[in-house]
Structures are given as structure tokens and as C-alpha cells.
Design a protein around this ligand. Structure first.
Ligand SMILES: NC(=O)c1ccc[n+]([C@@H]2O[C@H](COP(=O)([O-])OP(=O)(O)OC[C@H]3O[C@@H](n4cnc5c(N)ncnc54)[C@H](OP(=O)(O)O)[C@@H]3O)[C@@H](O)[C@H]2O)c1
Length: 320
């Protein structure tokens, strides 16, 4: 089957990672169906391909018939749906990270989809957070329904439009200090969104069978603490900010109160997530096994964080 005859259905394709995955798959010649609750949110991605190559498809994630309609006729299905905090009755980790992937995987098996790629998260075996438990349960349910699924577990992801670096850079523009939760010692291995998209493209381009694992742990070339991430970020945007330690107990109380906000910057569960490191263990299958050389933060961060510099992107006369 030629690339242009293959339909790749991406759940969550209108999100941060999904936009980049769509772009790379469209560039590789595939037809992309973006399954989304809000088709308008994916309209921009239509310009990634030729006319009709990238198509937003309205989908109700709670309705099996709607999921089936999205999946039917696809050669490959990718699930990128995820949330960072729970809100209200419907936005529960269990529903989004466990039940939805299981339903998608079940329909993929019934519809004879050739390949199913599910995005989970790094460090979920060690973490005691509800987020991690729901992701881990989701992986188990996916394998029950679709045993040959490929699961990717990324560390924190950076790139244009990310929520992590952009949020802290924005905070640094108006706060005199940045909070170091638990002293900022938690380790991360930030990974570039373009590397995840490349890994997924390699999987789609029939390379899955030659790899040794169904689960890939994805991290970038650098292991850094939360404190070091702040330092890198502040150097990048050329701002000086005090880094103030917020003990775990106080951070949890603050997270509990902030959870009441419509879009909380921090929740108690996220503080729990920060209690364990988020790095790739030794000896597991990773990015290189998927044929991708990880990209350093220093290459990418200047391209999108410069807007947060004092005076803006063109504050330096030589940059204007
Ligand atoms: N970004 C990271 O640093 C990171 C790190 C580790 C793992 N991951 C995982 O990678 C996947 C993609 O991450 P991302 O950063 O691209 O996510 P994102 O942009 O925040 O969201 C992806 C999609 O999730 C759907 N979604 C959001 N809230 C929802 C809700 N309440 N109910 C149902 N669907 C909802 C949306 O789909 P619609 O189009 O329907 O609105 C959205 O486009 C997620 O599974 C995430 O957990 C991300």
C-alpha cells in the first residue's frame, strides 16, 4: 500500500504533540484524519498537506459508535488524548487515560487496524499520583484489547506551543520569583516534540516489527533537575528571578487550593508526580531504538522562548 492510500487516524491530533505529528505524517505523504471533539481546533493543520490530505473529523469520545466511525478505514491509529488535571464529572483521569484508550484499542482490533500507537507517560510505574495510575492502567487495558500496540512514554515535552516551558517563561515575566517545589531536585529528561513526531513517523513507516519492545521510554539527551530547567529558561529569556523553595507539604496545600481554579497552574496530584524522577531507566527501549537521535534543548528553546525576553523578541537591535 502506498503512503497516500494509508489513512492515519489521530485522536488528540489537534493538541500540542498531535499538531507536530500531523505535520510530519502529512509531509511523509500519509492521509491524516484528526479525530477531535472540536473540528475547528484542527483547521490550521489542514494546511500541512495537499487539499483533502488532512481532515478534521468530529468525534464524541464517550460514544462508541462515534469512535468506530473515526477509526473505520484507517490503517494506523494514534492516541494522543490526555489531561493534566481533573475537572468536573467528565474530565476524570480514569475516563480519559484508561477507559478511552481501552475503547479505542478494542475498536482497532475489531476493525483490523494494522497498527495502534498509544502515548502514555514516563515514570508512571514509580509515581504515586492519580495521573500516573490512570496512565499505567490505560497501558494494561490497551494491551488486553490490542496486544501488539506500541506504547510511547515521553518525559516532559518541549517545542513551540508546549505548556511546560511557555508557562514558566510567562510566569517569569510578571513574578519576582519562581517556586522550587520540594527544592527543585526532581529530575527530568525533556524531549523535543519533533523527535516524538519522528519516532511515530518511523513506527508508521512499517518499522515496528523489527524492534524489541512494545513500550518505548522517550527522553532527550540531557537529564536536568527542575531547578536547572528554571536556570536554563531564565538564561534563555535573559531574566533574573529568585528561586524560592516550596516544601512538599506547603506545595500540596497550595495545589489543593489551586485545583479549585478553572484551569489550575498546579494541583495536589501534580505535586505528587513531582516527588519521583522522570528519567529514562537504563537498559529499556528508547528513542534511538526508533531510529531517532535526540535533539538538545539549546537548539530549540531559543526559537520560541525569545518572545519572553525583556522588551520582546526584537529587543536586541541585532535581532531586529
Ligand atoms: N506534553 C507533554 O509534556 C507530555 C508529557 C508526557 C506525556 N504526554 C502525553 O502525550 C499525549 C499528548 O500530549 P499533549 O501535550 O499534546 O496534550 P494536549 O495538547 O494537552 O491534549 C491533547 C488532546 O487531548 C484532548 N483532551 C484534552 N482535554 C480533554 C478532556 N477533558 N477530555 C477528552 N479529551 C481531552 C484534546 O483533544 P480534542 O481535539 O478532542 O480537543 C487535545 O487535543 C497525552 O496523552 C499526554 O498525557 C504529554
Amino acid at each position: 500500500m502506498k503512503q497516500q492510500d494509508k489513512i492515519i487516524c489521530i485522536f488528540g491530533g489537534a493538541g500540542f504533540i498531535g499538531r507536530r505529528v500531523t505535520q510530519d505524517l502529512a509531509r511523509a505523504g500519509y492521509r491524516v484524519k484528526i479525530a477531535t471533539r472540536i473540528p475547528e481546533s484542527a483547521f490550521e493543520s489542514k494546511t500541512c498537506g495537499n487539499v483533502g490530505q488532512v481532515v478534521p473529523f468530529q468525534c464524541n469520545y464517550s460514544d462508541e459508535a462515534s469512535l468506530k466511525e473515526a477509526i473505520s478505514g484507517s490503517s494506523v491509529v494514534i492516541n494522543l488524548v490526555g489531561i493534566l488535571f481533573e475537572k468536573g464529572k467528565n474530565n476524570k483521569f480514569e475516563r480519559v487515560h484508561t477507559e478511552l484508550p481501552a475503547s479505542i484499542a478494542k475498536i482497532c482490533a475489531e476493525e483490523n487496524v494494522q497498527s495502534f500507537v498509544h502515548i502514555s507517560a514516563l515514570g508512571i510505574e514509580e509515581s504515586k499520583s492519580k495521573y500516573a495510575k490512570s496512565k499505567l492502567d490505560g497501558e494494561a487495558r490497551v494491551f488486553e484489547e490490542y496486544p501488539t500496540a506500541t506504547i510511547l512514554r515521553p518525559s516532559v515535552v518541549f517545542g513551540p506551543g508546549d505548556s511546560f516551558f511557555n508557562m514558566f517563561a510567562k510566569m517569569a515575566t510578571f513574578l519576582p520569583f519562581l517556586p522550587l517545589i520540594g527544592g527543585g531536585k526532581t529530575k527530568f529528561q525533556p524531549i523535543y516534540v519533533g523527535d516524538i513526531a519522528q519516532a511515530i513517523t518511523n513506527i508508521v513507516t512499517n518499522k515496528t516489527c523489527k524492534y524489541k519492545s512494545n513500550i518505548y521510554h522517550l527522553g532527550g539527551p540531557e537529564v536536568v533537575t527542575f531547578k536547572e530547567i528554571y536556570q536554563i529558561l531564565l538564561a534563555e529569556i535573559n531574566r533574573d528571578r529568585a528561586l524560592v523553595t516550596l516544601p512538599w507539604g506547603i506545595a500540596k496545600i497550595q495545589g489543593s487550593f489551586m485545583s479549585l481554579m478553572p484551569k489550575p497552574l498546579l494541583t495536589r496530584d501534580q505535586v505528587k508526580s513531582l516527588e519521583t524522577d522522570n528519567v529514562v531507566a537504563k537498559g529499556v527501549a528508547g528513542l534511538k531504538d526508533l531510529g531517532v537521535e535526540p535533539t538538545a534543548m539549546g537548539i530549540i528553546l531559543p526559537k520560541y522562548l525569545s518572545n519572553f525576553k525583556k522588551g520582546g523578541r526584537f529587543a536586541n537591535k541585532n535581532a531586529a
